[in-house]
Design a protein around this ligand. Sequence first.
Ligand code: TYD
Ligand code: MG
Length: 480
Amino acid sequence: MAKPTARFVCQSCGAVAPKWQGRCDACGEWNTLTEEVAEIRAPGPAGKAAGGRRVEFVSLKGRAAPPPRTESGMAELDRVLGGGFVPGSVVLVGGDPGIGKSTILLQAAARIASAGRRVLYISGEEAIDQVRLRALRLGLSESPLGLAASTSLRDIAASLEEEKEATLVIIDSIQTVWLDSLDSAPGTVSQVRACAAELTRLAKTRGFAVVLVGHVTKEGTLAGPRVLEHMVDATLYFEGDRGHQFRILRAVKNRFGATDEIGVFEMTDRGLVEVANPSALFLAERRGNISGSAVFAGMEGTRPVLVEIQALLSPSASGGSPRRQVVGWDSGRLAMLMAVLESRCRVSLGQNDVYLNIAGGLRINEPAADLAVAAALVSAATDRPTDPGSVFFGEVGLSGEVRQVSQTDLRLREAAKLGFSAAMLPRRVARGGRAAAAHDGLRLSEIGHLVDLVAPLAAAPPARKEKDRDKERKEKPAAE
Ligand code: TYD
Ligand code: MG
């Protein structure tokens, strides 16, 4: 017999607790537990007696065609998806409210519909008129897209069950749709999970791809997309700072493609525009001859991306422990790197507040950024600019040794393509210790230990003073 019991479910990670508590034991988030009524079914018997059928076992060898794909025509989106939407798959697109999820999906949906496929866009958040107005603004009104506004999953499922031709169905958002057979409110973990499970079933049986939009909220009032991650085939996060116009679509899970692949977009007044050359964009606002800046030759998935790393040191005003403020990088990693610089290279960062920023709003997870961050820090500490024509990459170990990273050639090629003339990189083992070779016209300085980076930087001429720069600017105002 089904027996309803009260339980408390974390709206952030989905963990279940028997009683209310302020903090979730599983994920450590505060105020995320809400009461949900769950039907606990007594587990019945399984097997032949309960009507089970034999499953068929086959050999690994056999026919296995790669999945056919529906390309969106937006190359950056297709790249992150691994080549386009796969029939029968479920993709979760998560991100902060207002970041541009509805915009990008409407753009992709309209394009696919214009290419002659049947695409359905079901909006639970916005009324038909609102979506139409957005389409008008984006210049997509002529697209033969099927649009509906509904939040009842019963109605949605009834309509989708009859769909024969649909290629792609977009549910915007999973937190607004709900099943009336469940007692919980829309947006709770039970609702979100049950609705996603039903939509997944429909996708698999009907053969269309489903995109679920999911909001991430810090307050945890709505069930975060994290509770859905294990149910879906691919999870993409749409990130970016609303102060910046760049938006980054990142695959964190993909059963049909590579993860850590990113797509870069720019939010304009006519919607999201693809950025084919992100390095140029991230470096566009770089100013030369300033201390505390270094260019990192990084990899995002299969693509090299150059970004500027900025460090600023200022005497700590508080008198207590100095501040460490990091945007776009791991603060634990910064602490480690500072300790290595101080104890292995005698660079004194002392009682300064340290600010570290990845310009352009990108988030970097690669350890390969260590060397560039170290260069920016040393440059800030010594007030000597790094060579503006040089890129940096390499992982730094605790003894200060600089370690190999992957994809050296791709990183160097990207640097050469963007007009850089030199690179500081780990010593390459395969080349038999042949230091300072050239590559694509780049001067290569192989760095074995962090001190090899610090010494030449400290000996470089100091940065121009802000005063001189202002004077220069006044003298030739139209220089830029
Ligand atoms: P939206 O797609 O509604 O965000 P989400 O679905 O993730 O909540 O995007 C909303 C923001 O995007 C809003 O602040 C306005 C901005 N925007 C533009 O700058 N240009 C445009 O052409 C559109 C449609 C939206
Ligand atoms: Mg939206």
